[in-house]
Ligand binder design. Structure first.
Ligand SMILES: [Zn+2]
Length: 357
């Protein structure tokens, strides 16, 4: 066995299923070493919630949409299409498309422990990048960790796809009102809904919002949580595929509630959702310590996982429904809803960073 080759391959495969693909040299060496001693350990072929979880989330969300969405979204074909698209962004992680794989990897996660260094997160991706970049200078001890691609863009990609979906739905309303062909925009709407579902689903997985994404990474570990780099795939892929059924998740879906605030922006609702996931990170490690996700797991492990998948499906349903409702609103003029010029963004970020200790 050519050990360096095996090491390189295993290191790559491991990086595929972690949410971060964080090319930290030490981390990669650590992961490679962990796998080198377990050469026969099966490496999952899918990531995020895994194929099973992402498909389940997207299907349950579509099946539970309120009755007043357009009829084309309720057909079995539409539901099957959105279900198929649940794992779609994970299909963009192939070594056959290395640039795409690298560019989109940070969209799947956010490490709040680092993101929070900049204070309240700005709503626009490039303002966030600018703020983190500035923080690298004001926090030189954390400069490597504060690189935007290592902190992650989870809420940004979700917000941006939600807005794409809303724009397409507005177009659908417009074409319908003119009695024109809506088939092309229907295809766009289903694609955006399915794509959105992937990230809404990732957001319910506590290990997608923390630096403890694959083994307890904080120096303080008084409770002795696992530091093995296997918990991520075990929880979201292996355990789900082997033990979780859609029929058990469906009854746990939360009641429909609009995923927007009074200004028609879904950002705050989605951030609360991510923060709730963050609040469950330690509980996940506690359940893991009690073997809750090993093999057939425990009732506690199953319940936790089913609730998280239901939360993901509920959030996707609410996002899709809110996009539909919001798409009926007239477009504000640019005076009310300006596109911030770059210079203004930079100034506002300087203000944010001024409060950063
Ligand atoms: Zn993902």
């Amino acid at each position: 066995m050519n050990r360096p080759d095996v090491g390189a391959e295993l290191s790559f495969q491991t990086a595929q299923y972690t949410p971060g693909m964080k090319w930290n040299t030490a981390g990669n060496l650590r992961r490679t070493a962990a796998f080198a001693v377990l050469p026969l350990l099966a490496v999952p072929s899918s990531f995020g919630w895994g194929d099973v979880g992402h498909r389940m989330i997207n299907r349950l969300a579509m099946e539970s949409l309120p009755a007043d969405v357009p009829a084309f979204m309720k057909t079995p074909e539409a539901i099957a299409e959105v279900e198929y698209l649940g794992p779609e962004p994970d299909r963009w992680r192939s070594p056959s498309e290395p640039e795409l794989s690298a560019a989109q990897a940070p969209d799947h996660f956010i490490d709040f422990e680092y993101a929070d260094v900049i204070g309240t997160l700005p709503r626009r991706r490039y303002d966030y990048i600018a703020a983190l970049t500035a923080a690298e200078i004001t926090h030189p001890d954390k400069a490597a960790e504060l690189q935007p691609s290592r902190v992650g863009f989870q809420p940004y990609i979700t917000n941006e796809i939600w807005e794409r979906l809303k724009a397409a739905m507005r177009q659908y309303r417009d074409l319908s009102a003119k009695d024109e062909d809506t088939k092309p925009v229907e295809a766009a709407i289903l694609f955006y809904a399915g794509w959105l579902g992937h990230y809404a689903g990732d957001g319910s997985q506590p290990l997608h919002v923390s630096i403890n994404y694959n083994g307890w990474a904080l120096k303080d570990n008084p409770n002795g949580y696992t530091t093995e780099h296997t918990i991520h795939a075990k929880f979201e892929s292996t355990f789900v595929a082997d033990n979780i059924k859609a029929a058990d998740v469906r009854p746990l879906l939360p009641a429909v509630k609009p995923a927007v605030n009074s200004l028609g922006e879904e950002w705050d609702a989605y951030m609360s959702y991510l923060r709730h996931s963050q609040s469950l990170v330690e509980q996940l490690y506690q359940i893991d310590k009690r073997k809750g996700f090993d093999g057939a797991g425990t009732p506690e492990g199953k319940q936790f996982t089913e609730e998280r998948l239901a939360a993901g499906a509920g959030m996707l349903r609410d996002l899709v429904y809110s996009a539909w409702v919001e798409s009926a609103k007239s477009v504000p003029d640019r005076q009310q809803h300006p596109t911030a010029p770059v210079a203004a963004s930079a100034r506002s970020n300087a203000g944010v960073l001024g409060a950063c200790g």
